[in-house]
Ligand binder design. Structure first.
Ligand code: ZN
Length: 216
């Protein structure tokens, strides 16, 4: 836990865009106190930092004795985040089951600016400037042409999810989770635009990095 929080702090201090991904395995990584502490910590760093809480399906490797994550499990964690003051939470991996929470809503005026179904972006109303089309305030995130969204067809979320499985030898630093010279050198020589932090892995990428064969 300390490694994770140190890394998040360090990345934010260096100005990187950071999103948090928590795989929620009931009975394994869904401790209410841990998750509340996580929410409080994230708010203390940046209340606009997105928090993805991802449902576990027991078709992954580690399946013995664990049940799948339900909508209720995820919505409980959304409530922790809301109570702490987080503005952008994405209960994920349950397409069509979490209602408005699959979408991105402006934290100024609550307008729905990106509409999704699972990985699919159904509608994006955010332009390359990253401004809310309704209230004209800036939305947090990495916007612009090369970001893969802002052109009406993609969203940060979609790009990020696709990149979860992308290992760029230069940028993927899953082995150097701890803040230290190796990670610092990597971030300096290949400054990423987006970093994803999960319980165990840090993945950073530039939005112009394309996974082989992906039509981003
Ligand atoms: Zn707005």
């Amino acid at each position: 836990m300390e490694n994770v929080t140190d890394t998040i702090k360090m990345l934010k201090e260096r100005g990187f865009w950071v999103e948090i991904v928590t795989l929620v395995v009931p009975g394994f990584s869904d401790d209410a106190d841990d998750l509340r502490r996580m929410a409080d910590f994230l708010v203390s760093v940046d209340p606009l930092m997105p928090w993805h809480m991802t449902a576990f399906h027991p078709d992954y490797k580690m399946t013995e004795g664990y049940r799948r994550t339900t909508v209720d499990d995820l919505m409980k964690i959304v409530e922790y985040g809301k109570a702490a003051g987080l503005k952008y939470m994405y209960p994920g991996n349950l397409p069509g089951q979490v209602g408005e929470w699959e979408n991105t809503r402006c934290h100024h005026c609550n307008a729905t600016v990106i509409r999704r179904y699972g990985f699919l972006v159904q509608q994006s109303r955010v332009g390359v400037d990253g401004k809310c089309p309704d209230c004209d305030n800036q939305l947090p995130g990495v916007w612009g042409k090369s970001s893969g969204h802002g052109d009406g067809s993609r969203s940060a979320n979609a790009v990020i999810r696709e990149n979860l499985n992308y290992h760029s030898p230069a940028l993927s630093s899953t082995r150097s989770l701890e803040p230290g010279p190796a990670l610092n050198n990597l971030l300096t020589s290949h400054p990423p635009q987006t970093c994803l932090m999960s319980q165990r892995h840090l993945r950073c990428f530039r939005n112009d990095d394309k996974p082989p064969g992906a039509n981003l």
